[in-house]
Design a binder for this molecule. Structure first.
Ligand code: ADP
Ligand code: ADP
Length: 225
C-alpha cells in the first residue's frame, strides 16, 4: 500500500544541506498498524509529510496504492490526500464554532456528499469513537481526549484506506492517551491501516510493528506479537 524506495529529503539552508531523510526505504501493507518512532529532529515529520502527500521527496520513489506520487503536481497531491488519507494531528485542528457532528461532516462537504447522507455517515463515525452522546457539543465543551476522538471520526468519515496520525496523544494526559490508543487498536481490528508517528516508546509499543528512525535513516523495524 505504502512503498518508499531510497527516499531523500534535503533542505537547503544557505550553503548547508540538511538531510532530513537520508535514503529511506519502507513498505507498509494494507491493514497494518505501524508506529514510526524517533527522537526530535530524526525526520518523523518529514516522513509523515511525504507519506501523507503533503510534500514530495528530493529524490527516490514513493508509491502509494500502486501509483507513483513522487513527482505529481500540488493539485494532484491534494486529490490523492483527499481520497486516500485520513489525518490526525497532535493539535486536534477542530473548528471551534462548529459542533462535533459538523466538524466530522466537513470532509464530506468538500466531497459533495448530500446532507442527509452526511449526517448519517458523521453519526456513524462518531459512534465508532464512542462519542454518540456528544455530537452537538462544540470543541471547548469537550475534554482533550474527546476532541481527539472527534478528530479521529473526521479522519474516518470518508473511509480512507490509510489513517495517518502525527503524535495523536502528544497533548493528552496518559489516561486520555490510552483511550485514544484503544480506539486505534479497535479500528485496526476492523481492518483500517494505521500509521502513527510518535516519540513515545509506550505509545509505540501498542502498535503491531515499530519502525525506528534516527538521523533520517531507518535503524530498526520489528513486528510485535
Ligand atoms: P522530527 O519530526 O523527527 O522532529 P523533522 O522531520 O521535523 O524531525 O526534521 C528533520 C530534520 O530536518 C531536522 O534537522 C530539522 O531541523 C530539519 N528540517 C525539517 N523541516 C525543515 C525545513 N522546512 N527546512 C529546513 N530544515 C528542516
Ligand atoms: P514536530 O513537533 O511534529 O516534530 P517540528 O517542530 O519538527 O514538528 O516541525 C514543525 C514544522 O516546521 C514542520 O513542518 C517542519 O517541516 C518545519 N521545520 C522543522 N524544522 C525546521 C527548520 N530547521 N527550518 C525550517 N522549518 C523547519
Amino acid at each position: 500500500m505504502i512503498e518508499l524506495n531510497g527516499v531523500f529529503k534535503i533542505y537547503k539552508m544557505g550553503e548547508t544541506e540538511v538531510y532530513a531523510l537520508n535514503g529511506v526505504s519502507l513498505k507498509i501493507d494494507a491493514h497494518e498498524f505501524v508506529a514510526i518512532i524517533g527522537p526530535s529532529g530524526s525526520g518523523k515529520s518529514t516522513l509523515m509529510n511525504i507519506i501523507g502527500c503533503l510534500d514530495t521527496p528530493t529524490s527516490g520513489k514513493y508509491i502509494l496504492d500502486g501509483k507513483e506520487v513522487s513527482c505529481l503536481s500540488d493539485n494532484q497531491l491534494a486529490e490523492i490526500r483527499n481520497n486516500k488519507i485520513g489525518f490526525v494531528f497532535q493539535q486536534f485542528n477542530l473548528i471551534p464554532q462548529l459542533t462535533a457532528l459538523e466538524n466530522v461532516e466537513l470532509p464530506l462537504i468538500y466531497k459533495g456528499v448530500p446532507s442527509s447522507q452526511r449526517h448519517k455517515l458523521a453519526k456513524e463515525a462518531l459512534e465508532k469513537v464512542g462519542l454518540s452522546d456528544r455530537i452537538h457539543h462544540r470543541p471547548r465543551q469537550l475534554s482533550g481526549g474527546q476532541q481527539q476522538r472527534v478528530a479521529i471520526a473526521r479522519a474516518l468519515v470518508t473511509n480512507p484506506p490509510i489513517i495517518l496520525a502525527d503524535e495523536p496523544t502528544g497533548n493528552l494526559d496518559s489516561k486520555s492517551g490510552a483511550e485514544i490508543m484503544q480506539i486505534f487498536k479497535q479500528l485496526h481490528s476492523h481492518g483500517n491501516t494505521i500509521v502513527l508517528i510518535t516519540h513515545d516508546n509506550h505509545i509505540a509499543s501498542q502498535a503491531k510493528r515499530i519502525v525506528k528512525i534516527q538521523d533520517g535513516k531507518i535503524v530498526g523495524d520489528s513486528k510485535i506479537a
